[in-house]
Design a protein around this ligand. Structure first.
Ligand code: ADP
Ligand code: MG
Length: 323
């Protein structure tokens, strides 16, 4: 299929005729802003055999691409608005793949109310896809990595480790494996959580867990110039993952907290807001679990310490996925 036919048939419908897209009939897209707003932008690139396999199919690849990019916006507390798509095709790209790919994008953009406003389409032997996402926030009001304070509690949303297990054990046919795989391919960007934390002034500091709980918490520590202490037995693990750990003793909970791909939010909360976080958890119907605390750090050492149930310090070799 020729480039322009492809854009017309599979990508133009995803613009929902929104003004910013200029109907994909121009060289540029155009986003209008109000005076007190800021544009919040993030980009992700997915490469064949690194971030996805062709065998995953267009639906899963596109869903995950857009969901993980939305998760970056979630960590800032911004509201999603539009996105642009870098699309590659090769001799294996057939109509089935295109149909599934655009269906994957549509399912996510419908759920999170955003639309496609442009992109680029090229030919390349190895496939890669890229999304640049645009969100809106009130001027000067976003969640940042460098805003944690000494004494703040460390909270995490949802559960940790499901996606890691879903990725490692994709051939198992247990029901719990299915749940874990879903968490791997269809992570839930915590957009509402990010927005509510800002709106209710419950946090000014968050990050999304893409590389691993410890590795990403380390980023907050470095940016905020703090240390963090977390308790391994406080880390929220889903029932499916727990079942898995019981049956597969070679996998440890420390593998889950460095596995990555969770797309949950880690955020800092002043202890006086603890009750309000519990109320927010209830209203969002989402677990928000305190796993530790930010501490003053010695000079130049801004890292995470991990403790077991007996309060003994644990050392782990790998803190997260490295690119
Ligand atoms: P140019 O040649 O000036 O780079 P293109 O011919 O590549 O422009 O694109 C024409 C129009 O189609 C533009 O509005 C562009 O944003 C849009 N477009 C191209 N590829 C994609 C894509 N993968 N997703 C969305 N829009 C696209
Ligand atoms: Mg172009």
């Amino acid at each position: 299929m020729k480039e322009f036919q492809l854009i017309e048939k599979y990508f133009k419908p995803l613009t929902n005729s929104c003004k910013a897209s200029q109907n994909l009939a121009d060289d540029v897209a155009k986003i209008s802003l109000k005076k007190d707003e800021e544009l919040i932008i993030s980009k992700d690139v997915f490469v064949e055999d690194v971030h996805f396999l062709r065998a995953d199919g267009g639906f899963k690849i596109a869903s995950k691409l857009l969901r993980t990019n939305l998760s970056d916006l979630a960590s800032s507390g911004a509201t999603p608005l539009h996105y642009m798509l870098g699309f590659s095709k090769n001799d294996h790209t057939d109509e089935k793949f295109l149909r599934e790919f655009s269906r994957g994008l549509k399912s996510v953009q419908d759920q999170f109310e955003l639309c496609l406003i442009g992109g680029d389409t090229i030919k390349s032997e190895k496939l890669f896809f890229s999304v640049t996402i645009f969100g809106i926030a009130k001027k000067g009001k976003i969640l940042s990595r460098n805003q944690a304070q000494e004494g703040d509690l460390i909270f995490v949303s949802g559960t940790i480790g499901d996606a890691f297990l879903g990725r490692c054990f994709d051939r198992l046919s247990m029901t719990s494996a299915k749940i874990l795989q879903e968490r791997h391919f269809f992570p839930t960007p915590r957009i509402n959580l990010g927005k509510k934390l800002l709106e209710k002034k419950l946090s000014r500091c968050a990050i999304d867990v893409s590389d691993g709980l410890i590795a990403d918490l380390n980023h907050i520590c470095a940016a905020s110039k703090l240390a963090a202490e977390i308790h391994l037995n406080s880390v929220p693990i889903s029932a499916a993952a727990q079942k898995f750990l019981q049956k597969n003793s070679q996998i440890k909970i420390t593998d889950l907290i460095s596995g990555g791909d969770d797309y949950e939010l880690i955020f800092a909360v002043n202890p006086k807001n603890r009750k309000k976080i519990a109320a927010l958890s209830k209203s969002l119907n989402l677990d928000l679990t305190c796993i530790g605390e930010f501490k003053k750090s010695s000079a130049k050492k801004f890292n995470v310490s991990l403790y077991d149930e007996k309060n003994h310090k644990i050392t782990i070799k790998k803190t997260g996925y490295e690119h």
